[in-house]
Design a protein around this ligand. Structure first.
Ligand code: GLC
Length: 554
């Protein structure tokens, strides 16, 4: 059955770094409102806002101290209401980030829990007795160190799978669950279209709280071991959907890692608990559980296999949400294209591959300009909590300071968090004040103002891809069509068909700097999109230039 969101294009805004309207160096809601027309011009329909709720910002808003209010640095509830109205007037939809695995240690529930670790609110969290002088078990938090933090003057600890300022909420407690459902429904009644759902697999714990074999010298084990042994998250998600999203026909996109084999349909199938979930296969490629220092590079062929396998796995189940980057990842173009080959041509190629896949495209702010990783010269300059932890892990594992710095430069989440590059005036037009995080030095070459005007820009290439997806003629193929990979015997070639009921398209991308000659299995009738000036032929063969991508009607 067709759903309203199938043919839409989504866009992630990281509010703190998008557009600052009042000169305090921090992006805000009025800044976002002022840029809705820019997003409309690009072809965006659905906007996901990273968290703007009240927060001490230990993890940039993913630590919420009040779910019912807007943090004053982003604006007011009136601004939020205006954003909802302005979006609606443009047929656009707003999603908020739903962060309910944990809250902030400054949330009133947690403050009350700490005051009385035996009382009602303690049961909103996980408080457990230590084992002698040691925490209850040896799980490592995502941001390093034990998941257990000791409550002063007691032998009790509370659980936090992220930072210690992000205590985990106890989803076994019906009272807590009802508070969460009430809050979600309150926002949906206000006119939100839905949510992006943060770290949701983590809500179910293995309540035995037992040790697993240590996997580093710190004596701790990856939290993934706990996730693998926890049973029952699906029941929780089912109830969550029934109590909230379903009643409003809300659109939901889950941040789901580690789903178990064969369970994809439960998440995004016909009666799935979410509308869609992110496809993280390409983001996970080369990543090591040991830490960023141990990540490995990968070849275009490996990338192709990971993307195509995931397309095939999802085909009969539902739609995944396709990304090349987000606020937790380095910039896609820096991550997937070798530095020496990074140019508008290769950026457009990556864009075409991503937007022509089957699924819902999610574009991260600045991706449409081909924004790149930034360069940070000393560890003190990083803001991100995960980056600082990974730097220390690298040093502990024997890297020199220079090596550790280079590693975290490659993977830091701050790469995606530098201010949006609006134009070539000071601070890239992001703020008239001092930006909270440094602007990427390349803003004079890469910015929206110059790209919107330039027919050949990365921005306008994205726009063309979006127009193609939405066009009456090809929508059936691009949105609903099947995916079929071809020509896999060629190296560094991404080739696939998208076939709808009346049209069949083919994408051909030469993922290398050298040209490559291809024998097509089928004749084509028309070139719909090309990131080069021409399509070269030699008899009935096509010669693709380095990083050329073409979309053909076959
Ligand atoms: C998600 C968010 C990330 C955050 C974490 C804890 O993975 O995307 O930014 O740090 O959850 O909330």
């Amino acid at each position: 059955m067709k759903k309203w969101w199938h043919d839409k294009v989504a866009y992630q805004i990281y509010p703190k770094s998008f557009c600052d309207s009042n000169g305090d160096g921090i992006g805000d809601l009025r800044g976002i409102i002022s840029k809705l027309d820019y997003l409309k011009k690009l072809g965006v329909d659905i906007i996901w806002l990273s968290p703007i709720y009240c927060s001490p910002m230990v993890d940039q808003g993913y630590d919420i101290s009040d779910y019912y209010n807007i943090d004053s640095q982003f604006g007011t509830m009136e601004d939020m209401d205006e954003l909802l109205r302005e979006a609606k007037a443009r047929n656009m939809y707003i999603l908020m980030d739903l962060v309910v695995n944990h809250c902030s240690d400054k949330h009133e529930w947690f403050k009350k829990a700490l005051e009385d670790p035996e009382g009602e609110y303690a049961d909103y969290f996980y408080f457990r007795e230590g084992k002698g002088n040691k925490p209850p078990c040896n799980w490592r938090s995502y941001f390093g160190g034990s998941v257990w933090e000791k409550v002063p003057n007691t032998n009790k600890y509370y659980l936090h799978v992220f930072a210690k300022e992000q205590p985990d909420l106890n989803w076994e407690n019906p009272k807590l669950k009802n508070e969460i459902y009430k809050m979600i429904n309150w926002w949906l009644e206000k006119g939100l279209a839905g949510f992006r759902i943060d770290a949701i697999i983590n809500i179910k714990k293995d309540l035995r709280f037992q040790d697993f074999p240590a996997d580093r010298e710190d004596g701790l084990c990856s939290i993934d071991r706990m996730l693998e042994s926890a049973e029952g998250v699906l029941d929780m998600l089912k109830e969550l959907k029934e109590e909230t999203f379903e009643k409003f026909g809300a659109f939901t996109v889950g941040e789901v890692f580690n789903e178990k084999e064969g369970e994809l349909y439960k998440f995004i199938g016909k009666d799935g608990y979410f509308s869609t979930m992110f496809d993280f296969e390409m983001e996970m490629l080369g990543k090591s559980e040991k830490g960023w220092y141990d990540n490995r590079t990968f070849t275009p062929n490996e990338l192709r296999t990971s993307i195509f396998d995931s397309q095939i796995k999802t085909a009969d189940v539902g739609f995944k949400a396709n990304i090349i980057e987000n606020h937790d990842e380095p910039r896609g173009v820096s991550n997937y294209i070798p530095k020496e080959d990074l140019n508008d041509k290769s950026k457009k190629m990556l864009a075409a591959i991503s937007l022509m896949l089957r699924g819902i495209p999610f574009i991260y702010q600045g991706q449409e300009l081909g924004m790149t990783n930034t360069k940070i010269n000393s560890v003190e300059e990083f803001d991100d909590i995960a980056t600082i932890d990974q730097y220390n892990v690298a040093i502990k594992e024997g890297c020199s300071k220079e090596e550790a710095l280079e590693i975290v430069n490659n993977y830091s989440r701050d790469n995606a968090r530098t201010p949006f590059q609006w134009d070539d005036i000071e601070n890239a037009g992001f703020t008239t004040g001092t930006p909270w995080i440094k602007v990427n030095k390349n803003y004079k070459e890469i910015n929206a103002a110059s790209q919107v005007e330039n027919e050949d820009s990365v921005f306008n290439f994205y726009k063309k891809l979006i127009n193609l997806r939405k066009s009456e003629e090809f929508k059936d193929a691009v949105v609903y069509g099947t995916f079929e990979s071809v020509l896999e015997n060629y190296d560094n070639l991404f080739a696939f068909y998208r076939e709808g009921s009346s049209k069949k398209l083919m994408l051909l991308a030469n993922y290398q700097k050298e040209e490559q000659t291809i024998e097509l299995p089928k004749l084509y009738s028309k070139v719909l999109l090309n990131n080069c000036d021409e399509v070269k032929h030699e008899k009935d063969k096509i010669i693709l230039q380095g990083y050329q991508v073409i979309i053909l009607v076959v």
